[in-house]
Write a protein of this length. Structure first.
Length: 390
């Protein structure tokens, strides 16, 4: 009997929603995913929370169009500007079997509609219209793509076209692509586009998001989904760049090279699985509060003794497992000796999660001088013969 990929995806999606995925280590969670490359990073803290071959080369397929859209919104300032689709913009797309919005030559749409056409149905006709409108041609636009990649710090990325059609010299990494996804999500225009399921342009063309359509069709829910872009070619497999907001965490999730049939949605399932696992296991936690006492230091004088508190100078928030035990230590001695003059002692608070260092913070305390004049005089005399402690 012939297998039905849509039915398999539906069953797996239902099982995913019913089965707990908590208590897994990242390594165990990685074994449950079908994508060969997955990378999860917190967009606020920079913490890498999940890394399955995230630094290895991948083909981004239509995820490439995020770069096309970012350049368009940054350089074509008037979103209401009209653009007329030309035969030159459409040349070769049908022969290459590229996905398109379906505009014909002579159709006039706005730059805003080009953005929706690029990111929702993954239209190569919208992409070429952007390239020709902005740079007059594909080659000049690709130069701008690579320059922007360098600007974003995508050091392991090289683009050869604005659509993501396969070329062995068109590559990136999941870690690099997370930088691009961050830039796109932080742009309010692109955020609005990526989080729109359906859009109808001025010419009456209705565009549907490939990501939302896949989730709806196969009843797979991605926790906290806040926009993204799919991709697929035979060499690239299924890919998905997405943004998830979970338990106070703003997560960028890149999945790539899920080598399942074209009609399958392994990239969506993997993102949903990772999102569910993160939702059950992790949250943004306050590890230290501002002015929290982390140590009490004894101040010893010649004939007296006092104490001073070491206080955190700012709160520390990081993503951590919900059951992680948070502790801290400082490198300031528990006992310090007062001297003839006031002095400042600098130190570092180190915060640990289950014994592993996760954050540091510079702190300082003031050790006041010996308050008694007569004692200070004796200390000066003593200092002529004995080196002062600490």
């Amino acid at each position: 009997m012939k297998k039905k990929p849509w039915l398999i995806s539906l069953v797996l999606g239902i099982l995913l929603s019913l089965c707990p995925v908590a208590a897994m280590t990242p390594e165990e969670a990685a074994q449950q995913t079908e994508s060969d490359h997955i990378y999860v990073i917190d967009d606020d803290t920079g913490q890498v929370l999940f890394d399955k071959n995230g630094l290895y080369k991948i083909y981004p397929a239509s995820m490439t169009k995020l770069m096309t859209a970012l350049l368009a919104v940054e350089n074509l300032g008037d979103l209401n500007q009209n653009v007329t689709i030309t035969g030159q913009m459409l040349a070769g797309l049908y022969e290459a079997n590229a996905s398109v919005v379906g505009w014909s030559a002579g159709t006039t749409v706005s730059v805003r509609s080009l953005l929706y056409g690029t990111l929702l149905p993954s239209g190569a006709d919208a992409v070429h219209a952007i390239a020709y409108t902005m740079c007059g041609g594909i080659d000049a636009f690709v130069e701008r793509m690579n320059a922007k990649a360098a600007e974003l710090g995508m050091s392991s990325t090289h683009f050869t076209n604005p659509t993501g059609l396969h070329d062995p010299d068109h590559y990136t990494t999941c870690a690099d692509f997370a930088r691009l996804m961050s830039a796109c999500h932080r742009n309010p225009v692109l955020h609005d586009v990526m989080t729109t399921p359906v859009y109808t342009d001025e010419a009456g063309y209705t565009m549907r998001s490939t990501a939302y359509t896949a989730m709806d069709t196969y009843s797979v829910e991605i926790p906290g989904y806040d926009g993204g872009k799919t991709g697929y070619t035979n060499p690239a497999g299924h890919c998905l760049a997405s943004y998830l907001t979970i338990n106070g965490m703003n997560l960028i999730v890149i999945t790539a090279h899920a080598m399942t049939p074209y009609t399958d949605i392994a990239h969506v399932r993997d993102t949903a699985f990772v999102g569910t696992w993160m939702s059950d296991e992790y949250s943004r936690r306050q590890l230290l509060t501002g002015e929290q006492c982390v140590q009490t230091v004894t101040l010893k004088g010649m004939f007296s003794e006092d104490t001073v508190e070491v206080l955190a100078n700012a709160p520390i928030y990081l993503d951590q497992r919900n059951d992680a035990q948070i502790t801290w230590s400082t490198d300031i001695p528990d006992t310090l000796h007062v001297r003839v003059k006031d002095r400042t002692v600098n130190g570092t608070i180190t915060v640990y999660a289950d014994g592993t260092p996760v954050a540091t913070q510079a702190v300082q305390i003031t050790v006041p001088r010996e308050p008694n004049f007569f004692v200070r005089f004796l200390m000066r005399i003593r200092g002529l013969f004995v080196k002062e402690e600490d």
